[in-house]
Design a protein around this ligand. Structure first.
Ligand code: SF4
Length: 354
């Protein structure tokens, strides 16, 4: 079985090495293929679609074109560049890693996946991507795209999200991965195929696939059964009440705790629970933030990996700016990294005259 799978993968690799140069999309990070470019783009591409990443990547590379720029950037400026991509610990880890490479490695990148994995925020996938794409090391970068393609190609019956499935696929690839330019091209080819041909949602474009005649799922007419996933646990629900506290055309904003979800970013004041208008007014009065007026502005939901926030919003006019940091809507937009969980509320103040 394993030998048969290895033979199919070897054929797939030789096909992909010919297919990719002819079919690759022109993406900004593919123009240089420096370790910095690969690392930044792969960090942004985790959990975010390519088309959405492009403007973030271009903005980031214009502001911080070199590793040394990233190592020296102010935290708030970094968060602003990352705002909207989510998973903000990634941005913090980018800066930590840049500082370590500058200080401990004399500004010279480690070249192997094993060394790269020792750096903050660099997991097996990103280490493999940087080592293979930028340095031609035979280190596969196995993410959801690669797992999906290979699970269809070989009809792997195991849960695609299980660590042992990932290890099994990684081990298969490690035995036969090319080196040099081949490693660089192959890692990019898996990504390209997974993103544009053997796609995650909707029907795979088997008619455009260079692996169609060797694909076991295609041969069996069972593409839609792969990748296999065990049923998911439902997310926890957290109810929150969010306040847009306005005073003299400015809005209250505060920094979140330095640890935990969305740490160090800015938010609109909020509290646990779904408060009615009367409860919200009483809550604010308890904080000695007596509202002049309070009106409901609707509800918003934000999905994180393991939790859903269900938010109830109120627009509140205050008499004074004693209790919070206040900023105009332009200042909030320009200077404060407000995570997309609060986008509904940020959009509300941007779109409504105060
Ligand atoms: S033939 Fe279809 S299912 Fe198989 S790898 Fe290609 S796109 Fe995916």
């Amino acid at each position: 079985m394993k030998n048969e799978q290895t033979d199919i993968l070897k054929t797939a690799i030789s096909r992909l090495l010919l297919w990719y140069p002819e079919n690759k999309k022109d993406l900004p990070w593919r123009r240089a293929l420096s370790p910095y470019a690969v690392w930044i783009s792969e960090s942004m591409l985790q959990q975010t679609r390519t088309s959405a990443v492009i403007p973030y990547y271009e903005r980031f590379m214009t502001a911080l074109p070199k590793l040394s720029d990233l190592a020296a950037v102010e935290d708030d400026a970094l968060m602003k560049l990352w705002q909207g991509l989510g998973y903000y610990s990634r941005a913090r880890n980018l800066k930590k890693t840049a500082q370590i490479i500058q200080k401990d490695y004399g500004g010279v990148w480690p070249r192997t996946a094993k060394e790269l994995e020792k750096l903050p925020g660099i997991g097996a996938y990103t280490a493999g991507a940087v080592a293979s794409i930028a340095f031609g090391e035979p280190s596969p970068a196995v993410d959801g795209n690669v797992l999906r393609v290979i699970s269809r190609l070989l009809t792997i019956p195991d849960d695609i999200l299980a660590p042992q499935t990932k290890k099994y696929v990684t081990d298969l690839l490690c035995e036969i991965y090319p080196t040099g330019d081949g490693a660089s091209l192959l890692t990019q080819a898996w990504m390209e195929l997974g993103e544009n041909v053997c796609i995650p949602n909707g029907a795979a474009h088997c008619e455009d696939c260079p692996l169609a005649d060797i694909c076991m799922a295609k041969a069996g007419g069972i593409v839609e059964l792969f990748p296999y996933r065990s049923p998911k646990k439902p997310r926890k629900i957290r109810e929150l009440t969010v306040f847009l506290l306005e005073c003299d055309g400015k809005f209250a904003i505060r920094k979140r705790e330095e640890a935990g979800l969305l740490s160090g970013l800015y938010e609109f004041p909020n509290t646990d629970g779904k408060l009615s208008a009367a409860e919200a007014k009483a809550y604010l009065e308890n904080l000695e933030t007596s509202p002049l007026s309070l009106k409901p502005i609707g509800n918003a939901t934000h999905l994180f990996t393991h939790v859903e926030w269900h938010m109830t919003g109120y627009f509140v006019t205050l008499k004074s700016q004693d209790k919070y940091r206040f900023a105009t809507k332009e200042e909030i937009q320009k200077n404060y990294a407000v995570p997309s969980a609060f986008r509904f509320f940020e959009t509300y103040i941007l779109q409504n005259e105060t």
